[in-house]
Design a protein around this ligand. Structure first.
Ligand code: ADP
Ligand code: MG
Length: 316
């Protein structure tokens, strides 16, 4: 049976913290990501790509502000859509340059993907997710007053806008994803956690100013398309206990029960906590599913071997 795998590319796979984010820098990174999954693509695996968009959406928000007065700023969900289009295109171009043509007829097909979130979610009353650039206290206070946005002081580094981060309820376009896979092509789906929309009774869906966690969206996507494997590719090879401490212990294989036991004490919110949560949500109740958290370099091996940290469900 063909294995179906969802691969989530972390922010670093496309834009490194020390880079400014020129098109060429991002395309070069995208090419490295495609090289890393070359083995999967060559052996006919069904592969779905999803990705983060933090640095890219930060740059778009920055531009919104610096061109204020000349060009109307786009709402946050529209910035998410812009970033999906850009990153999807870069992955497609990288795929064409690195893989197709030389090795196969498979194509990479980016899909602009909305994700439904619950408009009654408590997340809308309690914005928690920092997005975009850092500001001085003075700038932040002006923005709070004039734009009505929520801002917080972020760990001594400056002030940042915070936005609601509701759970993903439904990924749109799953039938299309399935048919792209059946044709042996590689869809790029729900980047940046998907474009958040809420369902309304009369007028159809509407954009929501929120950011859905990309790892949780990836888990929902993997569930909806019945993948066997969900691989979260980030900048560490393993999930660890006592991360960054002298007594750090890398985890190789853990059950969902173990993972949840460690969650509050060992996994930082905003980074590893959500990845573990996403991995557990995907495998919970399925003995034939695996989730893997590892670095980009291990991407191809992660689908078949035990590399990085594997999370499985040990309930009968
Ligand atoms: P991504 O862009 O891939 O989503 P994140 O920065 O959100 O990356 O998450 C990966 C980071 O999580 C790692 O670089 C590491 O600093 C951090 N992290 C926090 N807790 C842990 C842990 N227990 N084990 C490993 N990494 C951890
Ligand atoms: Mg992250």
């Amino acid at each position: 049976m063909t294995e179906r795998t969802v691969l989530a590319l972390g922010g670093n796979a496309l834009l490194k913290p020390e880079q400014t984010g020129t098109f060429q820098q991002q395309l070069d990174n995208a090419r490295k990501s495609i090289q890393a999954i070359d083995g999967l693509l060559k052996n006919g695996q069904e592969v779905v790509l999803t990705h983060g968009n933090g640095p890219q959406v930060g740059n778009i928000l920055n531009k919104n502000r610096s061109t204020e007065g000349a060009t109307p700023p786009m709402p946050l969900f529209a910035c998410g859509a812009q970033s999906q289009g850009l990153i999807g295109f870069m992955l497609q171009l990288a795929f064409e340059q690195e893989f197709r043509g030389r090795d196969s007829d498979r194509s990479c097909v980016p899909i602009v993907t909305p994700v439904t979130v619950d408009s009654d979610s408590d997340a809308f009353e309690n914005p928690t997710k920092p997005v975009g650039p850092f500001y001085s206290e003075e700038e932040a206070k002006t923005m709070i007053e004039s734009e009505g946005v929520s801002m917080i002081e972020d760990a001594g580094r400056g002030w940042r806008r915070v936005v609601p981060s509701p759970e993903p309820a439904e990924i749109h376009g799953v039938d299309t994803v399935n048919s792209i896979l059946e044709n042996q092509n590689v869809p790029v789906v729900a980047g940046g956690g998907g474009i958040p929309i809420t369902a309304t009774d009369d007028d159809g869906p509407t954009g929501a100013n929120a950011v859905v966690d990309k790892d949780l969206t990836g888990a929902t996507l993997a569930d909806q398309i019945d993948a066997q494997t969900y691989v979260i590719l980030t900048d560490v090879s393993h999930v660890a206990l006592n991360y960054g401490e002298p007594d750090q212990v890398d985890l190789e294989k853990i059950s969902t029960d173990e993972a949840r036991k460690y969650q509050d004490e060992h996994f930082e919110r905003g980074s590893m906590y959500e990845k573990i949560e996403a991995a557990c949500q995907f495998v919970d109740g399925y003995s034939d599913r695996r989730a893997v958290i590892t670095s980009l370099q291990n991407a191809t091996e992660a689908v078949t071997e035990d590399v990085g940290t594997t999370i499985y469900d040990d309930q009968p």
